[in-house]
Design a protein around this ligand. Structure first.
Ligand code: ADP
Ligand code: MG
Length: 200
């Protein structure tokens, strides 16, 4: 089972990954948690470039995220899935579709095509999309911001619109949750959706 969490900065992805990890630990279910970009030696180096480097042209940005993702699939995701572990990723391909495909205007389909090659067609089985508006996102993101987090309110709005569009494109895979609810309530909804899918 491959699970990803998506949504604007500050929507609660990392919080929910941690709550799910804690739950799986109590159940003694094997899992591997990772984050994007990163999760491998090469991926963390690319993370540094893409989140903390200077200006990057749009397709170069797509390619860097895709390279980090290719490495993650090869080194972490595939081996874990092969031995039957649950994989939880804090962001995955949908982030590229929305941030680069929609907000940077490169096209969802175009960015998806490139990504499907690099990930060998792998998509999450379930994606939890935590919806918050750009104002709450802005308020929850702290003072220290990376290159993506420094983007404008208009950019965030595009991202939010893009995520809603994706949820309509992939209704079976993407579970939309209200990210403004209390964190424990969201965690219960995540567990319920996984139980309903026969995964817990
Ligand atoms: N459901 C929630 N309600 C209120 N605050 C939350 C909730 N989920 C997360 N937060 C807080 O919002 C901030 C961003 O959460 P985080 O999980 O780091 O988001 P992300 O990983 O999506 O950027 C943190 O300070 C976190 O404690
Ligand atoms: Mg986070």
């Amino acid at each position: 089972m491959f699970i990803s969490f998506e949504g604007l900065d500050g929507c609660g992805k990392t919080t929910q990954v941690e709550l799910l990890e804690a739950y799986l630990e109590t159940k003694e279910i094997e899992f591997v948690a990772t984050r994007e970009p990163g999760g491998t030696v090469l991926g963390e180096q690319l993370r540094e470039i893409v989140l903390h480097g200077d200006k990057i042209s749009p397709w170069a940005e797509v390619a860097i995220f895709a390279a980090a993702r290719a490495e993650l699939v090869e080194e972490v995701v595939e081996p874990a899935l092969e031995r039957g572990a649950i994989v939880i990723s804090d962001r995955f391909v949908d982030s590229s579709l929305v941030y680069q495909g929609v907000a940077r205007g490169l096209g969802i389909e175009e960015v998806l095509q490139l990504n499907l090659h690099t990930t060998k067609g792998l998509l999450p089985d379930r994606t939890f999309l935590l919806l918050v508006d750009e104002k709450l996102s802005e308020a929850r993101v702290g003072e220290e911001r990376d290159r993506m987090e420094r983007e404008s309110a208009a950019f965030r709005r595009q991202v939010e619109i893009g995520y809603r569009q994706l949820a309509e494109m992939f209704p079976e895979r993407i579970v939309v949750l209200d990210g403004t609810q209390p964190r424990e309530l969201i965690a219960r909804q995540v567990r319920q959706a996984l139980e309903d899918a026969g995964q817990l």
